[in-house]
Design a protein around this ligand. Structure first.
Ligand SMILES: [Zn+2]
Length: 257
């Protein structure tokens, strides 16, 4: 059966007609989900080089690279690093909650790369809100989807402090560009409330476009990299997703000997 069954003249259907149309519509729904599950258009992963269909994640189609497990924000980060990141020679790099592929990228470019987080799966056990590190000791600090879990004013001040003049803080967060102000309500406490308001029970806020003011607050100059076409369709990125780069003012590379 290919065509949609016709309406009956009376505007109602018999039990047999209802059974037939339920069968028709169920098959059409399954075809739709099957197409969604297998992907519709081949994409290119800039991290691992895979070209082909991307996997869905729950209801969202064409999100996951089936070769290296990358998601859109990881692929966007790789594009920015390849195209725009300025890395001083022998740069000291500190990466919070590190994505595994990032190490190879930095080490191939001669960086002194170290991972950090509170737990012992990473090389340095550091609290991003109070880092046990000297002032002006790193050229680059990266924290993707970290700030929404912590006291971001303290974390940003610490990132600023440990960077050398000219150093960069690379930051991504979940944000809604259409919101003037970050949604942050300290009276929300239960897992259900946090999930409902922030999309994740471990998040403390959902950023609006004032995230820029928060990043600038300790003294950073702000740069941005936004996902636009043709990258969005080629690499299966999220339209309009942003990478923020806070630059600590000072001569670039002045302190890198
Ligand atoms: Zn990949």
């Amino acid at each position: 059966m290919n065509a949609h069954p016709k309406w009956s003249p009376a505007g109602t259907r018999s039990a047999a007609e209802i059974a037939a149309i339920m069968d028709f519509r169920a098959k059409r729904a399954i075809d739709h989900v099957t197409a969604l599950a297998w992907g519709k258009t081949p994409r290119l992963c800039p991290i691992c080089g895979y070209r082909g269909m991307f996997s869905p994640v729950r209801h969202k189609p064409e999100i996951w690279c089936p070769s290296c497990d990358s998601r859109p924000r990881h692929r966007q980060l790789k594009l920015w690093m390849d195209r725009e990141m300025v890395l001083p020679e022998g740069a000291k790099v500190l990466h919070f909650a590190a994505e595994p592929w990032v190490r190879g990228w930095f080490e191939e470019r001669g960086a002194d790369y170290v991972t950090a987080d509170l737990n012992d799966k990473f090389e340095l056990q550091l609290d991003i809100e109070a880092m046990d590190l000297p002032d002006a000791s790193y050229d680059l600090v990266m924290a993707n989807h970290v700030l929404e879990h912590v006291d971001d004013a303290r974390a940003l001040a610490e990132m600023f402090r440990i960077l050398k003049p000219g150093g960069q803080a690379v930051i991504t967060v979940p944000m809604i560009e259409g919101w003037d102000v970050t949604h942050e309500d300290p009276t929300l406490k239960t897992e259900e409330e946090l999930r409902l308001h922030y999309g994740d029970p471990t998040h403390l806020r959902f950023y609006g476009r004032d995230v820029r003011d928060r990043i600038r607050a300790p003294g950073f100059e702000l740069h941005e990299f936004v996902a636009v076409e043709p990258d969005v369709s080629t690499h299966a990125l999220h339209r309009g997703e942003r990478i923020f780069v806070g630059m600590k003012p000072g001569p670039k590379g002045a302190d890198n000997g």
